[in-house]
Design a protein around this ligand. Structure first.
Ligand code: ATP
Length: 434
């Protein structure tokens, strides 16, 4: 399977099985906008939950925030985004297609080889208007990063939570960028989600904290199933740094379309707090200073794409030796159990009441604990494969014997091992695995 066909197959699976759809597809779609279907929203929620748990819940030095997408436009003037949040755009003089300059290797158009214009600055913040009058006084921006409202709230959060340095503020939410060339499925969109954490520190400790956060974030992807050899760290060169950054390392993933950024770890120095006129007073030394900020900035959508690609596996001829399945190619989505949309599928062996009724009851019981699905259509082998394809870690089969021995069969997605488990022990049994 070539890398480009892998991408095509994954996109097709995502549509067919309800992970990701093109937004507004009925009317031809809209470039750079994607809807997450019933399984996609579960995957995304699980990614966000895993991040929040690790970097807010399990820490005593990070708190959360949920700020607005639109805020006072002065925020973006002070932050330097109105002035500096630019991409360089070149246009083909022949076909008039526009490209991001840093994506063009040649001096001519990659599509038609026409001559290109000089690069011009293009601000990628999306604009809107507040209130009934559409004039410059009512103009506002959709946030291009979630970080800025964290900085603006630095002091209110610090006071409310009685925090001392070092501490962090974390936020997950939508961000918008008028990307010149959205593409590669959900890798580069115009509306996407970020998981950002701004860690405020004494400037003298910046190298130490940068290293710690980079390591923690690099490890997080591995803990959720991405192989270390598919992850990389790229130190940005001076001319690649964003307008606020002194030093930055990208965490990259080997996407089928190349080694690309998943997340940025930035030393934003005192740039943002200074811009908003904020400072910190150390109670012990009575000294005032402007803290430095180490930022971890990850994309939920990019992470989702990386987790899906990493998990996608095709098995020629099938994994099982039953006659039906070994004719076909099987797909297994080996998602980490914390990320899998459904944790368990309940499959009655037959549609007959004597089996399907208690199976349905079991399904309702399990639903109180996890996202569980129920499927009684088609042969059991086919139903296992349907679950494998969407990454469900465990299938629970209720058969005719279950009514006699009060046991069900639990099948493991990865090993395909099956085990008989007492129904009354099932929740405990699955809790130990999930
Ligand atoms: P790129 O160089 O790919 O445009 P960036 O350096 O502009 O990314 P940052 O500003 O550092 O990205 O944003 C932090 C993270 O937000 C990125 O690592 C990525 O995961 C996510 N992100 C940024 N832009 C997009 C986008 N257009 N679509 C999806 N995710 C994005």
């Amino acid at each position: 399977m070539t890398e480009s066909t892998k991408m095509e197959k994954l996109i097709s699976l995502c549509k067919r099985r309800g992970f990701i759809f093109q937004s507004g597809e009925k009317y031809g779609g809209l470039q750079g906008f994607w809807d997450f279907g019933p399984l996609g929203v579960e995957l995304k929620n699980n990614i966000k939950k895993a991040w929040w748990k690790k970097f807010v819940q399990e820490r005593d030095d990070v708190v959360g925030l949920d700020s607005t997408i639109i805020t006072n436009p002065t925020v973006w003037e002070k932050s330097g985004h109105v002035e500096g949040f630019h991409d360089e755009l070149v246009e083909c003089k022949k076909c008039h297609y526009r490209f991001k300059k840093d994506e063009i290797k040649d001096i001519t158009c990659p599509d038609c080889e026409g001559d290109l214009t000089e690069a011009r600055q293009f601000n990628t913040m999306l604009k809107t208007f507040i209130g009934p009058v559409e004039d410059s006084a009512s103009a506002a921006y959709l946030r291009p990063e979630t970080a800025q409202n964290i900085f603006v709230n630095f002091d209110t959060v610090r006071q409310a939570m009685r925090l001392k340095l070092p501490f962090g503020i974390a936020q997950i939410g939508k961000a918008f960028r008028n990307e010149i060339t959205p593409g590669n499925f959900i890798f580069r969109s115009r509306e996407f989600e970020q998981m950002e954490m701004e860690f405020f520190i004494n400037p003298k400790d910046d190298d130490k904290w940068f290293k710690q956060w980079l390591e923690a974030r690099f490890q997080w992807y591995q803990d959720l199933g991405i192989k270390k050899e598919n992850l990389h760290q790229y130190e940005q060169k001076k001319d690649e740094l964003a307008h606020y950054a002194k030093y930055a390392v990208d965490i990259e993933y080997d996407f089928p379309f190349g080694k690309k950024e998943l997340e940025g770890i930035h030393n934003r120095t005192d740039y943002d707090l200074k811009a908003h006129g904020l400072e910190y007073r150390d109670e012990e030394s009575k000294q005032k200073y402007i803290p430095y900020v180490i930022e971890t900035s990850a994309g939920v959508d990019r992470a989702a794409l990386a987790f899906l690609l990493e998990a996608y596996e095709e098995v020629k001829g099938g994994r099982t030796t039953t006659t039906e399945s070994n004719k076909e190619q099987e797909v297994v989505l080996r998602l980490h159990k914390d990320l899998a949309p459904y944790k368990v599928a309940v499959l009655p062996l037959s549609k007959k009441d004597e089996v399907s009724k208690p199976a349905k009851e079991l399904f309702c019981k399990l639903q109180k604990h996890w996202m569980v699905t129920y499927d009684e259509v088609a042969s059991i082998g086919r139903r296992y494969r349907r679950q494998d394809e969407i990454g469900t870690p465990y299938c629970v089969t209720y058969d005719f014997d279950s009514n006699e021995d009060n046991k069900v069969t639990v099948r493991d997605r990865d090993t395909m091992k099956q085990e008989r488990v007492e129904i009354k022990e099932l929740v405990n049994y699955l809790s130990n695995l999930l």
